[in-house]
Design a protein around this ligand. Structure first.
Ligand SMILES: [Zn+2]
Length: 407
């Protein structure tokens, strides 16, 4: 991850930038001061002063000695994981979720609750989300909060511009949550769930070590996010990756957006469920929630239910057409099928690969197609990563205390 993800922070001093460089280097594991100096392009004396300051802030600590082979054993420094935490929140059509991770990315608390978010409306939803956040944080004060939302997000302004499934427009999520949580507005970032899913996969999932990753997110709508060299590619207005309205069937159904045959008319969850079962079938029961209905669909496909199989096959073809267009334009290393597509991955990956290999540019096997190993948790994982990223961009957010022992 690069500093671009901390775009809302003020420019930092050279010393703070060096503190940040050291802290980032330690994100991969303990290092000696000599190794830190080499990785960060600093002198060993500078590293000494900087690690002392990080230690005074409680962010790093001594990690014992490493045998030095022929030389002297060297003193290792590591992140003090418990010294700070980040909060990830998500708003989905049928639930709220909260995850607290510490500095080294370990999940320390998580909670979720079901809700009809559209029926609650924006302000009551923010009350519920803040209440859930407080119960998950207990007494901890997060260094950053990242909120995952389904819809078009102006991330620079931390405003959700439009979420069709929630029927929210110009929702000032960061302001509303800052007031409810007693945190500065600058500590709260808001992003589209597919962008955060892409980050989650790049950091913790199938995209580790990959440079260009495209994440396709299946839910009531269909979204996409692109991560390039560790940073989200947002486009001029922040709406890059919105693939739900790519035309996949010119003779298809009218889409609520006004066009015909959009990917969402074929791959949105309700469209697939309508294809898989008649009205009145339990597949359409909102009480089951999104996960419950997808689980039931999967069960039927596995059992060989012809109508369910046909619906999922049609979904695979539609995804293949859309992904081919994406791959022609973006040429990613890997396409990750996320959201509910991940649950159905065993029936979707092959049709998508087939469609790609039939293309004139012959993307097989250069571009991998993988189901998301993180499933529906990918956006929260990405949000948690970016929440603590705020501290990795500016370690001075945590004040120095007198009690910490030097590293
Ligand atoms: Zn459309």
């Amino acid at each position: 991850m690069t500093a671009t993800e901390a775009g809302q922070l003020d420019p930092v001093s050279p010393r703070t930038a060096n503190l940040a460089a050291l802290l980032r280097a330690l994100r991969a594991g303990p290092l000696s001061r000599t190794q830190l100096a080499a990785r960060c392009g600093l002198t060993r004396a500078a590293v000494s002063g900087l690690t002392t300051e990080l230690s005074e802030r409680g962010l790093v600590r001594s990690a014992g000695l490493r045998g030095g082979g022929n030389g002297r054993p060297s003193q290792l420094v590591e992140l003090n994981g418990a010294s700070a935490c980040g909060l990830a929140l998500s708003v989905e059509a049928d639930r709220f979720a909260a995850v607290v991770t510490n500095l080294d990315g370990r999940v320390v608390a998580e909670r979720a609750e079901t809700a009809d978010v559209a029926a609650l409306g924006l302000h009551r939803s923010m009350d519920e989300l803040a209440f859930l956040a407080r119960r998950t944080l207990l007494d901890d004060q997060p260094v950053g909060v990242t909120v995952s939302v389904p819809g078009l997000v102006d991330s620079a302004a931390a405003v959700l511009r439009f979420a069709p499934t929630l029927r929210w427009r110009d929702a000032e999520i960061a302001d509303l949550l800052a007031a409810r949580l007693g945190l500065p507005v600058a500590a709260i970032a808001v992003d589209n769930e597919a962008n955060l899913g892409a980050i989650g996969e790049a950091v913790d999932g199938v995209g580790r070590g990959v440079r260009e990753l495209f994440y396709l997110s299946g839910g009531l709508g269909v979204g996409g996010g692109l991560v390039s060299a560790g940073a989200i590619l947002r486009g001029a207005r922040g709406f890059a990756g919105e693939v739900g309205h790519i035309t996949v069937d010119p003779a298809g159904e009218q889409c609520p957006c006004g066009r015909v045959g959009c990917l969402e008319t074929k791959a949105g969850l309700n469209a697939v469920l309508r294809g898989a079962a008649s009205p009145g079938d339990p597949l359409h029961d909102p009480a089951l929630g999104v996960d419950g209905r997808v689980g039931l669909l999967k069960h039927r496909v596995r059992r060989g239910d012809q109508r369910a199989l046909a619906a999922v096959s049609e979904l695979g073809t539609a995804l293949g057409v859309a992904v081919s267009t994406v791959v022609d334009v973006l040429d990613p290393d890997v396409v990750v099928l996320g959201g509910y597509f991940a649950e159905l991955g065993e029936w979707l990956v092959e049709p998508v690969r087939r469609e790609l290999s039939a293309r004139p540019l012959g993307h097989e096997p250069a571009c991998r197609v993988e189901p998301s190993p993180l499933g529906t948790t990918a956006p929260l994982r990405g949000a948690a990563y970016l929440a603590v990223e705020r501290l990795f961009a500016d370690p001075t957010l945590v004040p120095a205390t007198a009690e910490e022992a030097p590293a």
